[in-house]
Design a protein around this ligand. Structure first.
Ligand SMILES: Nc1ncnc2c1ncn2[C@@H]1O[C@H](COP(=O)(O)OP(=O)(O)OP(=O)(O)O)[C@@H](O)[C@H]1O
Ligand SMILES: [Mg+2]
Length: 227
């Protein structure tokens, strides 16, 4: 028997004005599972990820996370849930330019009320694990794109989230660096038991996942969970 998934979306619709981004999308994620979300540009991958993470409210459909209906929570409840349970690596511009890298990684802990000293200690541990401890004191404008992406991955992991949402985390990297970041991300998720929803264009990156789903014209082809 299969356990109830940690995250399950059913019949998700989302339009931006006249543009349908998602139309009847279904998706499920088990605890600890790494799922790659693939599909052409503009097919709705980022929109799906934003809906699953409770950042964007869908026009129709339901999303259940750990026994709660995400779509029925208030904005405040959803942002508290995101801070407590989710980690993010966004497709574009994710680090706060005014903060150093160690402060950026410590930020989600600080937002959860943790003291600076212990937050920054944990942040340094993750920077070391992502092999960028040497940029801890620099600001995002002073480091390379690849270093920035590693810092962003460290920031997604620092709160020990149950789900990591990563939107093209290797999009800006050369293939060697991209593979290294994927290996570090998936190793860390297996160690901590975090599930990962990983949006990517690249088959090589998707190879790090347990399962792949394909988004096409706003709907998800997910063979295992198809209903
Ligand atoms: N904020 C927005 N306002 C208007 N239209 C949007 C917005 N975000 C996305 N869209 C549109 O919704 C559709 C799906 O976009 P989405 O960003 O989810 O695609 P994607 O699969 O992530 O693409 P990419 O691989 O290029 O990142 C596209 O037609 C896009 O133009
Ligand atoms: Mg996208």
């Amino acid at each position: 028997m299969t356990a109830e998934p940690l995250l399950r979306a059913s019949g998700i619709d989302k339009a931006y004005g006249p543009t349908p981004a998602l139309a009847g999308a279904d998706f499920s994620l088990r605890a600890g599972e790494v799922v790659a979300v693939m599909g052409p540009s503009g097919s709705g991958k980022s929109t799906l990820l934003h809906c699953l993470a409770g950042i964007v409210r869908p026009d129709a459909g339901t999303i259940h996370y750990d026994g709660r209906e995400l779509t029925a929570l208030t904005d405040g409840q959803r942002s508290a849930l995101r801070r407590a349970d989710f980690g993010f690596v966004f497709q574009f511009g994710q680090l706060v330019p005014e903060l150093t890298c160690v402060e950026n990684v410590a930020l989600p802990l600080r937002l959860n009320g943790e003291r600076r000293r212990s937050a920054e200690e944990k942040a340094r541990t993750w920077l070391t694990r992502l092999e960028v401890e040497d940029v801890a004191g620099k600001r995002p404008g002073e480091i390379s794109g690849g270093q920035g992406q590693r810092v962003a991955v460290a920031r997604a992991l620092v709160t020990a989230p149950r789900v990591i949402f990563a939107d093209e985390p290797t999009g800006a990297l050369d293939s060697l660096n991209g593979e290294r970041v994927m290996a570090l991300l998936t190793d860390a998720s297996r160690d901590t038991g975090a599930a990962v929803v990983l949006v990517t264009h690249e088959a090589r990156v998707a190879a790090y996942s347990d399962r792949e789903v394909v988004v096409r014209d706003g709907s998800v082809r997910d063979t295992e969970w198809a209903v």
